[in-house]
Design a protein around this ligand. Structure first.
Ligand code: NAP
Length: 257
């Protein structure tokens, strides 16, 4: 089950956080792994860590997913290096806080550009290679925030993460003829560098709201992504998988034992 050793995968936002957790799971399974992000230093650190986890090739393909040409170049670099692509993990995303009362147009544009347009451009650029693969897989990193829950300060972010699910349902139908599946994972609060930047109070408050008693680890998301990318998940498409330790379940904080 779940032999990913011959898989060629590109993980956008793979230099740290959830993306690096996804990349670790694939690298350990022996897959060939390309990680993309904007910071070359972070990518170099990620590649150094991933190299040696398995037998597959690991490489960095720098780029900005919000830029259509940049996303295309990033995918092309991975395809050239691997001779094709089987799995795209469209994971890159940002979550800057902005209250509705003071949100600027550029606050909104930046979140939609990276999280929504970045998803479109990455997936669009990968279609040809994923079609050629014959077992193409797209796995988006959405969130519980937006599709299921809300949090003050993240209305733009929540809208962007819900938009990814609207995208995936139609994309899954469009790409089904090419045997490409399109699914999403919806992480709860995961212990990443990005989340740590929200401050210790936010992190502690979030951990208290999770029935399973702790924030998730990036590899918890990686394992769910690996399943959706596996041959065995080939009949699952258009699905959104919540991976949150039960965080969306309690009716009130008192419901968490
Ligand atoms: P993170 O630690 O801040 O990492 C974000 C990654 O995305 C980095 O590799 C970053 O590298 C890259 N990135 C950001 N903007 C980019 C751009 N324009 N083009 C290319 N790469 C870009 O964040 P994270 O917590 O791992 O979040 C990853 C994904 O999970 C996001 O889609 C987020 O919405 C989702 N998510 C996170 C949580 C959580 O609790 N952490 C929960 C639910 C969903 P550069 O900055 O160098 O480009």
């Amino acid at each position: 089950m779940f032999d990913l050793s011959d898989v060629r995968v590109l993980v956008t936002g793979g230099s740290r956080g959830i993306g690096l957790g996804i990349a670790r799971v694939f690298a350990r399974a022996g897959a060939s792994v390309a990680v993309s992000a904007r910071s070359a230093d972070d990518l170099a650190r990620a590649v150094a860590e991933l190299d040696g986890l398995g037998d597959g090739v690991v490489l960095a393909v720098p780029g900005d997913v919000a830029d259509r040409a940049g996303a295309a170049a990033m995918v092309a670099a991975a395809v050239d290096a691997f001779g094709g692509l089987d799995v795209l993990c469209a994971n890159a995303g940002i979550f800057p806080e902005a209250r509705l009362t003071t949100m600027t147009e550029s606050d909104l544009d930046r979140v939609l550009d990276v999280n929504v347009k970045g998803t479109f451009w990455s997936v669009q650029a990968a279609i040809e290679a994923l079609t050629a693969s014959g077992r193409g897989r797209v796995v988006l990193t959405s969130s519980i925030t937006g599709p299921v829950t809300g949090f003050p300060g993240w209305s733009h972010y929540g809208a962007s993460k819900a938009a990814q699910l609207g995208f995936l349902r139609s994309a899954a139908i469009e790409l089904a003829a090419a045997r490409i599946t399109v699914n999403a994972v919806l992480p709860g609060n995961i212990a990443t560098e990005g989340l740590a930047e929200m401050g210790p109070e936010y992190v502690a408050q979030m951990a208290r709201s999770v029935p399973l008693g702790a924030l998730g680890e990036p590899e918890d998301i990686g394992h769910a992504v690996a399943f959706l990318a596996s041959r065995e998940a080939g009949y699952i498409t258009g699905h959104a998988l919540v991976v949150d330790g039960g965080q969306i379940l309690p009716e009130s904080p008192d419901a968490v034992a």
